[in-house]
Design a protein around this ligand. Structure first.
Ligand SMILES: *Cc1c(COP(=O)(O)O)cnc(C)c1O
Length: 218
């Protein structure tokens, strides 16, 4: 079933759009099925689950961190992931930079935009993003590659569209600014219920869990 879901998704996606299998709460066996079906990127929200997933991934796919990263987990995250999609503060970026410097690594990151301007959500407000990106761009061991947004969690896919449009506008604007050391090439938007709208509005990374693995328990 996981294989069929992934095959369908991969056939449907336009060229240039990458699929992240959002694997939170899934077992290593489920992650393995996703890999066998041709998923190129595994997304993880929790370090502990990522350690288990990394065991079956074994370098066959990229690993993206898509959860909220606590400072005391940064060291492990730097070891495990190819990209951290959810950087929303200078202090978090500095912590990533510090651990990457020790490992001689440059971490690719996306800046998480709180496009819904929801107080309880993570991410930087769109109007504060450029200042944050300019400060992070001075760090040598992190590389900004683009933006990520969640959009509203509930509601119809159409309700997410304005948030995706706004994030794409910001992405294009930052690209034009041509800030030294900042690349705008990845735009991660859209989940199971909203990925089609996200792709229509310019996402080139989508993060899909439920549609691949089924409903999560609890
Ligand atoms: C869980 C999760 C997803 C996938 O959500 P689904 O609705 O299961 O597709 C995408 N992005 C993030 C950040 C997530 O935590």
């Amino acid at each position: 079933m996981i294989r069929d879901n992934i095959r369908k998704l991969l056939e449907e996606l336009p060229p240039g759009v990458e699929l992240v299998a959002a694997a939170k709460t899934r077992t290593p066996d489920e992650v393995l099925s996703a890999l066998d079906a041709g998923v190129g990127i595994i997304g993880e929200n929790y370090i502990q689950e990522a350690v288990e997933a990394a065991g079956v991934v074994g370098g066959r796919a990229k690993m993206h961190f898509i959860g909220h990263l606590q400072k005391n987990k940064v060291k492990r995250a730097v070891e495990l992931f190819d990209m951290i999609e959810t950087v929303d503060s200078l202090s978090l970026a500095q912590e990533i930079d510090k651990h990457c410097r020790r490992r001689g690594k440059v971490m690719s990151i996306l800046i998480e935009i709180n496009s819904g301007r929801e107080a309880q959500k993570f991410g930087v407000f769109p109007e504060d993003a450029i200042e944050l990106i300019k400060s992070i761009s001075l760090l040598e061991n992190v590389g900004i590659k683009g933006l990520m947004t969640m959009g509203p969690r509930f509601g119809s896919p159409e309700e997410a569209r304005p948030y995706f449009i706004e994030t794409k506008k910001l992405y294009d604007h930052i690209k034009v600014l041509d800030i030294p050391g900042v690349e705008m090439k990845s735009l991660s938007m859209g989940m199971s219920n909203s990925y089609q709208v996200a792709v229509e509005e310019g996402a080139n990374i989508i993060r899909v869990g439920t549609m691949i693995f089924g409903e999560r328990e609890g």
